[in-house]
Design a protein around this ligand. Structure first.
Ligand code: GTP
Ligand code: MG
Length: 172
């Protein structure tokens, strides 16, 4: 049969934004785990997302002390999933700083990498809309890369497939 195209995806964003929960939900149900703990360093997850594509996801820790690990994987990344906790208004500016640092990195800056943003935790009462998240992060300034933002509730799995469908369209 046809060989699946393997795509290296970097999953980035602040600690507690829901990266591991999202990646876990994207896996086939028999490969999902129940208990998700804060990621130490990073973890590599492989799963197929369609008949033609398989994702190798670098699920990075978002904790401050591990964020310096992210850049070591930029070169091999072919797509980025950037996760934001939509209810964490206090740290939205920190998320923006990390995003800007990412976008200005020499291994990212001049590449046309697709970036999928999840405005996650939309189920929480004080979550702000994905439109508001995209304004606070100034996403309209990203002109040299295709990007897309989806509101998501990773606990229920809502909004995730829309995002992954978009990402797959960018790659295939
Ligand atoms: P690090 O590995 O430390 O960088 O964090 P992470 O981004 O991987 O976050 P993780 O997936 O560990 O989730 C952090 C917490 O948020 C967990 O308690 C999750 O259950 C919770 N969580 C994740 N997504 C959602 C969501 O959409 N809604 C709500 N209410 N909680 C969520
Ligand atoms: Mg994690």
């Amino acid at each position: 049969g046809l060989k699946k195209k393997e795509v290296h995806v970097l999953c980035l964003g602040l600690d507690n934004s829901g990266k591991t929960t999202i990646i876990n939900k994207l896996k086939p149900s028999n490969a999902q785990t129940q208990d998700i703990v804060p990621t130490i360093g990073f973890s590599i997850e492989k799963f197929k997302t369609s008949r033609y594509l398989s994702f190798t996801v670098f699920d990075m820790s978002g904790q401050g002390r591990y964020r310096n690990l992210w850049e070591h994987y930029y070169k091999e990344g072919q797509a980025i999933i950037f996760v934001i906790d939509s209810s964490d208004k206090l740290r939205m500016v920190v998320a923006k700083e990390e995003l800007d640092t990412l976008l200005n990195h020499p291994d990212i800056k001049h590449r046309r990498l697709p970036i999928l943003f999840f405005a996650n935790k939309m189920d929480l009462r004080d979550a702000i809309s994905s439109v508001k998240v995209s304004q606070l992060l100034s996403l309209e300034n990203i002109k040299d890369k295709p990007w897309h933002i989806c509101a998501s509730d990773a606990l229920k799995g809502e909004g995730l497939q829309d995002g992954v469908d978009w990402l797959q369209d960018q790659i295939t």
